[in-house]
Design a protein around this ligand. Sequence first.
Ligand code: N01
Length: 550
Amino acid sequence: MPDAGASKSKSNNYDFDILVVGGGLAGLYSVYRFRKMGLSIKVLEAGDGVGGTWFWNRYPGCRCDVESMEYSYSFDEQLQQDWKWPERYGTQPAILEYINHVAERFDLMRDVQLSTRVTSATFDGDAGIWTIGTDTNETFKAPVCIMATGNLSTPRKPEFPGLETFKGEWYHTGLWPKEGVDFSGKRVGVIGTGSSGVQMMPHIARQAKHLTVFQRTANFSLPARNAPLNPEKEQKHKAEYSERRKAAYDTPFGIAGFPPPTKSALEATEEERLKSYEAKWQEGGSISYLYAYTDLLLNKESNDTASEFVRNKIRETVKDPKTAELLCPDNHPIGTKRLILDSQYYEIFNEDHVELVDVRSAPITEITETGIRTTDQHYELDAIAFATGFDAMTGAMREIDIKVKDGPSLDEQWEAGPKTYLGVMVAGLPNLFMITGPQSPGVKSQMILSIEWHVDWIADCLQYMKDKKFNRIEAKLDAQENWVKHVKEVADSTLYPLANSWYMGVNIPGKPKVFMPYVGGVHTYTKECERVVANGYEGFVMSKEEAHIS
Ligand code: N01
């Protein structure tokens, strides 16, 4: 751990105390947190603006599925009191505006270099230094490197033959043009019915002459019931902010305010269940619904009751019975893929100009000059929007050539699936931390809470090392093996592995089928992190190497 300000000395062989890859919510909070410790830091960000997910995903209708009062930083009381969210769920522009406000308010941008994609990170064990290479042909050196690369930051479109011949326009939700897209009067095809596709389609349906929805897997979606933020609720929430933020760490998803369920769905009568599901359906929001009973994500029979309730809602909403049946998910329990929140998604299928195409029974074979061909038919299109998701959780890190000099790359190490200790470090990669890495609760939690937890945890760890005069930390292999095993055991005790989800890596051809997030809950995870610290950073080796501090 370098001394504060030491990096400014010419005698040191590095440029910054800490290098951070990624200028999203995690990178920005890192600047705030580590700067407060007196450390020099540089964030390298590929985009020409900060915000990560909220910078890139500009598709129409993009909105967060966690309520705005929750989905925000907690590190500054005045910030959370001052900021006014217009709606229950933040839109992409509203969230990006908030992120830019935070960056400006805390003067974070002076430590961020934009338009710089990190391509490599190499640790020289003798010097104790990470060297980062970029697509701008620059190199940066620091003893500590933090991967704040995000979990859903590597957009992927399937390799359909013929895309290059398509004469119309095409887009990916995760790389949407800043200036927006006008689909007025166009025949638009959307491939993919995950959160992005489902959120986007009602907006496209309003503009387009014709919308063709290419669906491979029907997903469960609940009404978001978005609305302007109720001023009384907002005031109450703000009065309780700090207690609510603390309480959130004692909950599975990192969000306070949802009383834990008390009984199994099978202990309730059918009448009770329907009443409960109906109330949750009317309330809107996914946690509330999945929290109706204790075992909706544990017991298939219980889950069936919640799944069938939603299927019946789809059947009630969509007038054409054949289309309704196609929209009813039939191959995974509700909640085992990210439960979607929508605004009037199912309703669009009652409109004459919206057509649902089942590409599970008749897959897409090619993209032609004028549209999309399936094994059944050709669809004439002027524009195609890929809502086909991301190489989630590991994609962004595996794209960077991360390694200890002359050692195997992280990409090679993770060939059979990611292996981490607590989702925060990888054995064999000293002084390299991850924010919300695989095998941490990140994507199964209120993301910003998990980000703040990791950054704070790393900051405390670096302070501890400094106090003890250590300058190198590494996860132990056996601690990592045990953690990976534990993460798998926890997942296997739930219904999650039953779905072909991006949590399992199944959406990317050739990616190993491994359940990647930790689903033991934020409350369990944070206690484990605290236990590890209380035991002197159990599972980590800290040492003092002579080389790099001159
Ligand atoms: O991506 P996805 P996403 N032929 O992977 C289909 C977060 N998020 O961008 O299921 C035909 O979920 C694929 O089909 P299948 C959120 O965590 C949050 O929508 O693999 N179809 C699927 O339907 C979310 O879970 C918010 O059979 C193909 C779709 O493309 C995550 O990001 C908003 C195909 C991809 O769905 C990812 O969501 C948006 C092919 N060859 C995103 N390949 C909110 O906060 C793929 N598909 C609300």
